[in-house]
Each structure stands twice: as structure tokens, then as C-alpha cells.
Design a protein around this ligand. Sequence first.
Ligand code: MG
Length: 454
Amino acid sequence: MGNDPEIKRKKLFGTNGIRGVPNVDLTPEFCSDIATAIGTFSDTGNIAVGMDTRLSGDMISSSVKAGLLSTGKNVIDLGILPTPALQLYCRNNHVFGVVITASHNPPQFNGIKCIGSDGTELKQEDEARIEDIYYEKKYARCQWNTIGTISYFPGQIAEYHRSIISLVDAGKIRSRHYRVVVDAGNGAAYSSTPELLSKLGCAVTTLNANPDGLFSSRNAEPRPENLSSLLDLMKTERFDLGIAHDGDADRAVFVDENGKFIEGENTLALAIQDVARKGDIVVTPVSSSDLISDICSSSGLKLLQTRVGAPIVARSMIENSARIGGEENGGIIFGQHQYCRDGGMTAAKILDIMARSGKRISDLVAELPKYVLLKESIHTDIPWSKLSSMLKEHFRSNRMDFTDGLKIFFPGGWILVRPSGTEPIIRVYSNARNEKNADELSNIFRSAFQKITG
Ligand code: MG
């Protein structure tokens, strides 16, 4: 190893915190050490800790708490709760937070995510400072008589509900007596979202609402291919809305009263139309559908597009005092509530929009302009620096944008190509006014890719 400062350090923090397999990447020793670095870095005396339902949550949380306590920080243990409920605690109490979750990843994974005392995911440069402390072992361990203590606060889910309910027309929602299905996917919102919607006067039917760290019932990613139970139930019985979360419930996706899955860009568009006021700035990643730019220009809103990653969108929203922003995967950020993706707030807001308009969710979606956003992954071992130069050369006569990866514009649509940070694949997004044109763009890319890579 020696003293070479250029020794390859593995980057620990990805787009959404540290992810890995417990006892392989996330050993008790590693979790305790990284938490000691987090405790050393954080500038608040108390640190909130929470987790999703994963089986490894207790082991990782125990190690994380030990590391934090060793730096003299007191731990407020919030238990199992949706990530945005923990983020609200951090914001309201001005404390740093750590959440143990791997969001939508399979059950064998877990993760450690840091939340600043403003309730938003840390900036990447702050995560890099924590990595420096970890690799250089510059831990600020305290003396025996100032080691921290743990207190338990089980009331945060109720606080989270109160906060959400204050931002919607609860009376109007209650007056509609909606029948809703919540598919919690065995994850962190297993009690939170059903309770929230009951408080809003809904008759709630639950699916997969038992906390199960093995995610036995379905994949934690709320895509239509993983939601067959919810889709089938919505088709066979009369309900007004179906709601499904990812593992840590910062995202919410919806199914209409006919059992049709609603793509996330549609709910983001409905939320933008409802929340934003003329002249507002709206923030989304560069991967968001042209539906969003269309809605923004027709409503007199300015659209700002960032690199892909919810923490980047949230930080840009703070800088621009944006009221609303988010991603096309069901991760919506309501600035009036807090600057993070918020599955519970999204569920309540969609019911709020339905209740105040008196319209069914399918009608609200039908009123939106139609766009199709296709997403696919292509395996490649070619480094991105080389591949992107070849693509730039191939598409040199097209207009391009380099905010994140390579966005190539065509008449009536665009293709976005981004390298994955963790796997030898590129992600390709094709956006057009209909399925046929989006397919054509996808084919244009595939043949160009084949041609330049042989
Ligand atoms: Mg998530």
C-alpha cells in the first residue's frame, strides 16, 4: 500500500448514499467506522437515525449508532419510518440524520444515507469530506465521560402526517370518501401511508402492508411489472385510486380506477400544474419527459434541468426557491413541505387534486399532453469517455446538451444516453410524442451504437 496518496480509494457515496450487501460491503466494522466519520463531520449534537424494514436494518443501525455515540453525539432513534418522515424530523429539529435504507434495491442490499440539518440529502462535496475522514481515520472520538446516549422517539410518523395534512384540503378529501388501495411492498410505509389516508377519510385496503425485510411479496421497485396484485385488484373491484411505494417510501406511483398504471411523469405534471404559480422555477433532471417542459411553457413556468439524482434536484430547488420539482419515477419534491422526495405528501396531494377538481384520476391524466419516454439499458465495456466522443462525432449534425451524459435532439424528440455509475451499461432514454416515434429514436440509437462499436 505505501504512502502513495494516489492509492485508489473506492468511492463510497453514490447518487443516493452508500449501498452494498450486509456482511460483504456493509460489515458491522465498516458501518461503525463510517458512522464515526459521519459523527466527526456533523455539526449537530443530536443525530436522528431511522431505517426501512430490511432484515439487516437492526445490525447496521446498531453499528451506525455505536459509531455516532463514540464521537459524543446523542442519537435520536426514530425506528422504522419512511425516509421523508425522518427528513422532516431533521429539518424541524435542525439535526443531522442517518437513514439505513437501500430504497428500491433488492432485499439483500442495504445502505446508509446522510441527511443534513436542513432535511435534505448532503451535498456531494460534504459526502466527499466524510470519505476523507474515513480513509484518513481522522476520527474525533470523545473521552469516556462525553460518549453519547440514545433516546427513542416513536412519534415521528404522526408528526409527518400532521405536517402533510396541513398542506392539503383535508375537509374536501374527507368529503369524497375515497376508496383507495395502498401497496406498501412490505417496506417502510407499511403503517404510515394507510394511517395517513385513513386520517384523510379514505376507506383504505392494504396490500403487502406487513413489514417484511425479505420483500417476499414483490420487488421493491414500484414498476408496473412488479405491481400485478395491485393492478389486478384495481381491475376487479371498484376503487378510486391505487398507490404503491418503493422500499423507503420517498416515491409514490399510482394506478387509476380502471387498473391502469400511471407513469410518474403524469403525476409530476399534475403536481406542477397544481402547485406552481406563474413565473415559478420548476426543477427536474435532464431525463424528464417533454411533457414537463410542455406543461411548464403553457403555464408560464421556467423549467430548470439538472443532472440526474434526486439530491441534486432538491439542492437546486433550494437555491432557486422552487416550489415544486422531481423525477419521472414517482419522486416528487414539494418545497412547501420539505426539499426531498416525499411519497406520503405525493399520495395526499394527488387525492387533494382529485378532491378539489371533482375529477377521476383517469380524467386528470387524460387531459395532459401525450408523450412517450422509453428507457432501456445496453451493456458495453467501452469507457464512457471514449464512447461519448464516438457518439458526439456520429451525431455531430444534431443539436446536443451535455448537462448529464449526452442528450441528442431530433425533430420531434430526443435521446439521452448516460453511463451507469456502478455497472458496465449505458442507459438510453427516448422521448417522443408517441410510441412509434419513440421506438424509431431508440432504433436510430441502436444502429448508431452498433455501427460505431462494431
Ligand atoms: Mg426510495
